[in-house]
Design a protein around this ligand. Structure first.
Ligand code: FAD
Ligand code: DHB
Length: 427
């Protein structure tokens, strides 16, 4: 049954009396201070605004930089639903490419894993993180949200009081101090919020992988209708896409691989070799490389995701290797839980805030396991011998031969557990 829920409070007008600036001292008061204008911070400020909660968001980079930074590309169906229910999906609904499965390639064979059929109709949508971020920034600016780009000296303090403080220097060089009811650390893996927590209060679980991804964005129509995850004796390759005319491809390389060792011709030749399907007539189409970069691979979970009135969300608290396309989706899922928790907290009810970390960590660990499983099944570890290769191939064959194993991949890839957006549904 579909239950229609309504928000407890109406959204406040853009000029909100709870955000007051004292011109002489540059002191400001807001309900939630947010550090970081990535997907987590931007979506949180929007979800809070829908609930009538005021926020101040600060970001060290420029708006143009945030909008151009190439990263993830696959949205789980729960993430799409969340963006749609939050009124953010106008372009996503026009330009997003719904995918009902993926190809797994190994031992010279390409197999389709049909998500729709295995999961009762669930899908994923290819829509770049750059586009999600552009949509969110445009919305926040249009709504008159308080968003400061190109800040410096971000710092958070008084975290164990009920009036934590966010300090920063704005783009004009003005030093500002914002007293908040709560602060959300959405500042990614290298941000300042997690390090502001006493280390002896955190439990960190971490794994580095002995390989990296060399990613390219190429001005060429995709050579495939759905993503290809390819196991190859010389290393993993992934064919993804951004639009009907732009492809996104990744190659497993060594973590310390110098980018200059990979001219475009070498990248295309290696991709063609790893995706080759002799006798099938399939060919990888090549084109101008628009952008390239190397991403290290790491699993990292820091718990709890809260210290006093500081709440961590997204990459600030956890990182997964990209093989399962989970990083962006986890960041969005965290703030779907955090927004109602902060709403209740600023209105005197700490229950959801107290449960925030535990609620999120269930999904985080499921995605951490799935990303590790996909990664270790598909990549070649340096020094791995024929035994490891046979075990990987056996696992891959089991996934494509067993409906139970294929269903497990499909339900994890499309998002497990299914996301509760905590927003009223349209029907
Ligand atoms: P981020 O997007 O990192 O946003 C954090 C923001 O905080 C940034 O804008 C940063 O500039 C800002 N910030 C940092 N410090 C401060 C400070 N002191 N003050 C103010 N602002 C600050 N995931 C996939 O699923 N597939 C992929 O292919 C993939 N590729 C990736 C490639 C790279 C190079 C990286 C780093 C990540 C990739 N990811 C990928 C992961 C995915 O992009 C992240 O999980 C996602 O961006 C997390 O969103 P977030 O909002 O938590 O953090
Ligand atoms: C993309 C990235 C991933 O990590 C993945 O598993 C699938 C697609 C992408 O950037 O399109």
């Amino acid at each position: 049954m579909c239950v229609k829920r309504t928000f407890p409070r109406r959204a406040r007008p853009a000029c909100d009396p709870t955000t007051r600036t004292d011109q002489a001292t540059n002191r400001t008061r807001t309900q939630v201070g947010i550090v970081g204008a990535g997907p987590a911070g931007l979506l949180l400020s929007h979800l809070l605004a829908l609930r009538g909660i005021d926020s101040v968001l600060v970001e060290i980079r420029s708006r143009a930089y945030c909008e151009a930074r190439q990263r993830a590309g696959v949205l789980e169906d729960g993430s799409v639903r969340l963006l749609r229910e939050a009124g953010l999906a106008a372009r996503l609904d026009q330009q997003g490419l719904e995918h009902g499965g993926i190809y797994l390639q190994f031992a010279g064979e390409r197999h389709h894993v049909d998500f729709r059929e295995l999961t009762g109709g669930r899908t994923v949508t290819v829509y770049a993180q750059t586009e999600v971020v552009k949509d969110l920034i445009a919305q926040r600016i249009a709504a008159g949200g308080s968003v400061h780009f190109e800040v410096t000296d971000t710092a958070v303090s008084e975290l164990t009081t009920d009036r934590p403080v966010l300090r920063f220097t704005d783009a004009a060089g003005v030093t500002r101090e914002v007293t908040c009811d709560a602060i959300a650390g959405c500042d990614g893996f290298h941000g300042i919020c997690r390090p502001a927590i006493p280390p002896d209060t955190l439990t960190v679980r971490e794994r580095d992988y002995p390989y990296a991804w060399l990613g390219i964005l190429a001005d060429v129509p995709p050579s495939t209708d759905e993503l290809i995850y390819a196991h190859h004796e010389d290393g993993f390759a992934l064919h993804s896409l951004r639009s009907p005319t732009v492809s996104r491809l990744y190659l497993q390389v060594a973590p310390d691989e110098p980018m200059q060792d990979w001219p475009d011709d070498r990248i295309w030749a290696e991709l063609a070799r790893r995706f080759a399907l002799p006798g099938s007539g399939w060919e990888l189409q090549t084109g101008p490389v628009l952008e390239k970069g190397i991403t290290p691979m790491r699993s990292f979970v820091s718990a709890p995701m809260r210290y006093g009135r500081l709440f961590l969300a997204g990459d600030a608290a956890h990182i997964v290797p990209p093989t399962g396309a989970k990083g962006l989706n986890l960041a969005l899922a965290d703030v779907a839980v955090l927004a109602p928790a902060l709403d209740a907290l600023v209105h005197g009810d700490p229950g959801l805030a107290d449960a925030y970390s535990q609620t999120c960590l269930r999904r985080v660990w499921r995605s951490t396991h799935f990303s590790w499983w996909m990664t270790t099944m598909l990549h070649r570890s340096p020094g791995a011998g024929p035994m490891e290769a046979e075990l990987q191939l056996s696992q891959l064959r089991y996934v494509v031969d067993s409906r139970a194993a294929a269903t497990s991949l499909a339900e994890n890839y499309t998002g497990f557990p299914e996301l509760d957006t905590h927003l009223p549904t349209a029907h």
